[in-house]
Design a protein around this ligand. Structure first.
Ligand SMILES: Nc1ncnc2c1ncn2[C@@H]1O[C@H](COP(=O)(O)OP(=O)(O)OP(=O)(O)O)[C@@H](O)[C@H]1O
Ligand SMILES: [Mg+2]
Length: 401
């Protein structure tokens, strides 16, 4: 899909590529992308790296307007060869709205299970196709960097069998329950707070035996449903390696989950990561960006070595049509911090703390800013409910109009 040739220069972007990138822009409530929802009404390529996209909103005063615009611009803007992206917002005609209503009706009929995760919290799964690329290390350090901004960050260790979050954060203890729900363990980070849940906190209890009997997906579902998360700005989910099941489960249970794909510089790793990104999109999870881990190693004399090659993260991001959020160098402090339970992102003077702080900044400002969720589709769903009550939509198969 990428149009970067061997010399690294880029060829003009195609309409196909733009459309593929737009598939990464997902309506958080309907769990479908704007291409499928019929919201993309025109793509124009006037030349010189310029792309014009026309998006039709369900209603004129859609509060998600700015988010959709910025998502379109980040996704299309990340394609190689694209210099400028202009988004024009229009409003759907009756026919287009009918198609979206059909989708909304489907969603309304199959409501996701109730969770205690606040509507305003952004949910980000940290995934990779391959094991050992640093998902868990990235998760804890990014969580710490976000918390240092004064935010409250949930960390869910979805690696039921190979959990590592308790060790990486130096946390242990028994999970208590309140009103029949598990209460995450907490750790203060400056003005911010981490709320953490992992199988590791249940491992000594009888419940662990029951938990192990649950199939993987069901266990994650319980982590989402039966947990008292309280206030959260972000929920970061540390995914086990390469499990399509859990991704699909998340797509069903928490359709607003977005995925950050972690990759390493070698080409083989990118191929696996690209499959993960593809799977995420097919499950209608928006891929929000790529983080390259184990990038250049800088020795004590200041010389950098690209031990595993270079440019992998950039290439993958371009291929998927999403931004490269950052590159984490290969550095023994990551493993040392992990062994000691003090993530390197806590160490203000350390160069890596700056790397994670910059990524946190990017996440908060452009990748996944916290936005109010009472968007256009929420209103659309209210109208669907009203229509169902009135018997208007009660009969007949979903029509795509
Ligand atoms: N940037 C880095 N520099 C040096 N070592 C690293 C870096 N990132 C991760 N590591 C080390 O690599 C190993 C694997 O990292 P980690 O456990 O975070 O990967 P993972 O993707 O979560 O693995 P799994 O798939 O098993 O869950 C750990 O020992 C960790 O300390
Ligand atoms: Mg891990």
């Amino acid at each position: 899909m990428t149009s970067v040739d061997a010399s690294g220069s880029s060829t003009p972007v195609s309409e196909e590529q733009v459309r593929a990138a737009l598939r990464g822009v997902v309506d958080p409530e309907l769990g479908a992308d704007i291409v499928e929802l019929g919201m993309v009404t025109a793509i124009r390529l006037p030349g010189a790296g310029a792309v014009e996209v026309e998006v039709a909103l369900t209603i004129a005063g859609c509060p998600l307007r700015n988010q959709i615009r910025s998502d379109v611009e980040t996704h299309v803007g990340a394609l190689p060869g694209v210099e400028t992206v202009t988004t024009t917002m229009g409003v759907m005609d009756a026919e287009q709205r009918k198609a979206v209503m059909a989708r909304a009706r489907l969603v309304a009929r199959n409501p996701a299970p109730a969770t205690d995760i606040p509507d305003t919290a952004r949910v980000i799964a940290i995934a990779s196709g391959k094991g050992g690329v640093g998902k868990s290390s990235v998760t804890v350090n990014l969580a710490v960097a976000l918390a240092r901004r004064g935010l409250t960050i949930g960390v869910l260790d979805a690696d039921i069998w190979g959990f590592s979050i308790p060790r990486l954060l130096g946390m242990q203890g028994d999970v208590e329950s309140r009103e029949k729900k598990m209460v995450p363990l907490e750790r203060r980070i400056g003005d911010g707070l981490l709320r953490v849940l992992s199988m590791g906190f249940l491992a000594d209890e009888d419940s662990a035996i029951m938990w192990r009997g649950l199939i993987l997906n069901r266990a994650v579902q319980q982590f989402l449903e039966d947990v008292h998360w309280g206030d959260l700005d972000y929920l970061l989910i540390d995914m086990p390696p390469g499990t399509g099941d859990i991704q699909m489960g998340l797509a069903r249970m928490l359709p607003r989950t977005e995925v950050i794909v972690v990759t390493t510089p070698p080409v083989a790793a990118q191929k696996v990561a690209a499959r993960t990104a593809d799977m995420a999109r097919k499950g209608y999870l928006r891929v929000a960006g790529v983080i390259e881990n184990m990038s250049d190693f800088t020795c004590e004399h200041g010389t950098s070595y690209a031990l595993f090659g270079s440019g992998g993260g950039t290439r993958l991001a371009a291929e998927v049509g999403v931004p490269l959020i950052g590159q984490v160098p290969l550095d023994p402090s990551i493993s040392a911090g992990g062994d000691a339970g003090t993530p390197v992102a806590l160490d203000e003077g350390h160069a890596l703390a700056k790397v994670f702080a910059d990524m946190a900044e990017r996440v908060v400002t452009t990748i996944a800013p916290v936005v109010p969720m009472d968007g256009c589709s929420a209103r659309l769903l209210e109208r669907v409910d009203a229509a169902v009550d009135a018997g208007v939509l009660a009969a007949g198969p979903a029509s795509r109009g």
